[in-house]
Write a protein that binds this ligand. Sequence first.
Ligand SMILES: [Ca+2]
Length: 170
Amino acid sequence: MKPFSHLVLAGLLVLAAGTLAAQTIDDAAQGRTDLALGKPVVGAPICKPGEEASKAVNGKIASKTQDKFCTQQRPGWLRVDLQRPTAVSGFTIKHAGAGGEPVSMNTRAFKLRVSPDGKAWKTVVTEDRNTASVTQHRIATQQVRYVELDVSEPTQTDDPATRIYELEVW
Ligand SMILES: [Ca+2]
C-alpha cells in the first residue's frame, strides 16, 4: 500500500470514530425516558375531535389530525399527571413545525408550571418569543407530579390555535 493510501485509510478511521462518538452521544440524549408518555392529561377545549389533550402525550407526531393537541382557548393549557412525585429535570415540547405544519404556527409564548401535589405550583420555564419547532428546557431536578403548559401566544401570527404535538417530561 502506498503512503497516500495509508493517509486516506487513517483519515477514514478517524472519521468513523468521530461518527461513532457522535452517534453514542445522540443516542444517550434520545434515550431519555419520557415520563409523560401515556399519562392522564387534561386541557383546554379542543379545536376538533382527534385533537384531544391526550394526543400531546401519545408519543407520535406523524398525523396532523390525530397526533396533536389543539385548542383555540386563550390562554391555552394542558396538564399532565405523572401519578406520583417523580424526579424531573426537563421537558421537550414539539410544536406545530415538528408535525410538518408551517413554522409560523409554532408556539410563541408559554410557561411551564410544576407541582408535587396539585396545590403548590411553581413556574420553572418562561418563554416569550420562541420560533423553534422543538424546544428543550432543562430545570433543576425536583420532585414533580403535575406539569402544566400555559400558552399565552399560540403562534407567530394572529392564528389563534395552540398546537402541541408532544409534551415530553424527563
Ligand atoms: Ca403526539
